[in-house]
Write a protein that binds this ligand. Structure first.
Ligand code: DUC
Ligand code: ZN
Ligand code: ZN
Ligand code: ZN
Length: 471
């Protein structure tokens, strides 16, 4: 069949190779990879550029109810548009089960919000918040078969946390069905204890958010999650790991034979808890959980990226507006850190930050960058090999990067629904300039030409054997 599009003269990178090639696209898929492809199809000239698999951000929150009248700053439209500008072609948002309701009710609502509004493809993780017998016994196994093959459980937040008993039962269903479980590891009782102490002492400014969620809180919960997974004998993903102590738990678990995938995020590489100390409550802009820590923890997380403690690099995009009664500066949030919504925007800046700080500064090579930002996400969450690589038959989801592009991160230049970026002022070398989704050029030399609705929902496959091999 005739080609629809040819990407010419680029340097192509996958999780395993870097090579000069042209890419031929037809029917939304990659059909040819060769040194030189002729034909009269439309051409994208990638001379001097890198041609990478479109980014997959497997940890993104949009349109998620956040309690206390707080509203998330992005819906599917603005969240996926921002993601696209940052070189992503797939994002995986969370679908939150409300207490007393079914997972299917939640999915119905999120699908309705997403339908026709996405600039990237999407696939969902479930958040299991009410693990009744009916949910675990019937509903979840059917959903895993239907394409909802990953779920998150929380060990923190009063209204989200599961008990160890509930986590064990959920892990057991994952073992039976091949679902992949992500765990948010922080010890809620210890956090409560510390919050009460800080409030009693009048220490209520944003910085106390970090003090009441120290690394020990995360380390203990990480150890416990890995122990529960060991007892059930099921693989597990430890999400948003912020520090070396938690990394040690992952490494020790692996040495005991537990299959564990570790995820870290930009905030743990370039922010610290000192960022929460700004004047006039400005520190609220950096409130996320786990909190960013110190320079030594940043170095530890870099080491984890280099050595493979981490296989996933995600944004944990969880945007709230700063100067907004329904966001970070809500009336209660102004009185105590405990009411500041947890989460920061970052879906558009995730890959540029890792490219600039990682690839351009020589910490990681291009294949490792591709693995951390695309391939491993597809493998871990059942989207591979359709997504996450450049290969014959794969979806033609591509990002063309200009490794010379110099930019300073300014929120004014970003496309999310928040009113600030926690990375304001960070100097970046390298940015995606053209983004292609299923063979459609969505962003051309920095200009949006795709439309909302060009992205679609994609079901994910359950694990069939052991944990998916990592690239
Ligand atoms: N956990 C997340 O995964 N995202 C934002 C806040 C949180 O606690
Ligand atoms: Zn979390
Ligand atoms: Zn304190
Ligand atoms: Zn998150």
């Amino acid at each position: 069949r005739p080609l629809d599009l040819i990407i010419r003269n680029g340097t192509v990178a996958t999780a395993s190779d870097v090579f000069r090639a042209d890419i031929g696209i037809a029917g939304g898929r990659i059909v040819e990879i060769a040194e030189r492809i002729e034909g009269d199809a439309a051409v994208v000239d990638a001379t001097g550029k890198y041609v990478l698999p479109g980014g997959i951000d497997s940890h993104v929150h949009v349109s998620q109810p956040s309690g206390e009248g707080i509203v998330m700053a992005d819906d599917f439209e603005s969240g996926t548009r921002s993601a696209l500008y940052g070189g992503n072609t797939t994002v995986m948002p969370f679908c939150l089960q409300e207490k007393g309701k079914s997972l299917r009710e939640a999915l119905k609502a999120y699908h309705a919000l997403a339908e026709g509004n996405c600039y990237t493809d999407i696939s969902f993780h479930l958040i299991v918040n009410d693990p009744t017998e009916a949910v675990l016994g019937q509903e979840l196994p059917a959903l895993v078969r239907d394409g909802y093959a990953s779920l998150k459980v929380f060990m923190t937040y009063e209204d989200l946390r599961l008990s160890d008993a509930e986590i064990l039962k959920t892990l057991d269903v994952a073992r039976e069905t091949g679902a992949t479980v992500m765990v948010h590891c922080e010890n809620e009782d210890a956090i409560r204890f510390l919050i009460e102490k800080h409030e009693a002492a009048g220490d209520v400014a944003p910085r106390a958010h970090a003090s009441t969620r120290p690394a020990a809180v995360e380390r203990e919960a990480t150890h416990r999650a890995l122990t529960l997974a060991e007892i059930v004998d099921v693989p597990v993903v430890i999400v948003h790991v912020s520090n070396g102590q938690s990394m040690e738990e992952i490494a020790r678990a692996r040495s005991r034979g537990i299959e564990v995938i570790g995820e870290t995020c930009p905030q743990y590489l370039v922010l610290t808890a000192d960022d929460l100390s700004g004047m006039d409550w400005e520190g609220a802009k950096f409130v996320c959980s786990p909190p960013p820590r110190d320079k030594a923890a940043q170095q530890d997380c870099w080491r984890g990226i280099e050595t493979g403690v981490f296989d996933l690099f995600s944004s944990d995009h969880c945007p709230f507006r700063y100067d907004d009664e329904r966001g970070k500066l809500n009336p209660k949030g102004r009185r105590s850190f405990r009411h500041i919504p947890n989460g920061i925007p970052g879906v558009e800046t995730r890959m540029p930050i890792l490219f600039s700080e990682g690839v351009m500064k020589g910490r990681i090579d291009l294949p490792r960058f591709v693995a951390l930002t695309a391939t491993n996400h597809a493998r871990t969450y059942g989207l591979y090999p359709q997504k996450g690589t450049i290969a014959i038959g794969a979806d033609a989801d591509l990002a063309i990067w200009d490794p010379q592009a110099k930019r300073t991160i300014r929120h004014a230049d970003l496309h999310d629904g928040a009113d600030y970026s926690p990375y304001e002022g960070l100097e970046i070398t390298g940015w995606p300039t053209t983004v292609i989704l299923g063979g459609r050029v969505m962003i051309c030399d920095g200009e949006l030409i795709g439309r909302k609705g060009d992205g679609a929902y994609r079901p994910a496959a359950a694990r069939t054997t052991a944990f998916p091999a990592k690239a």
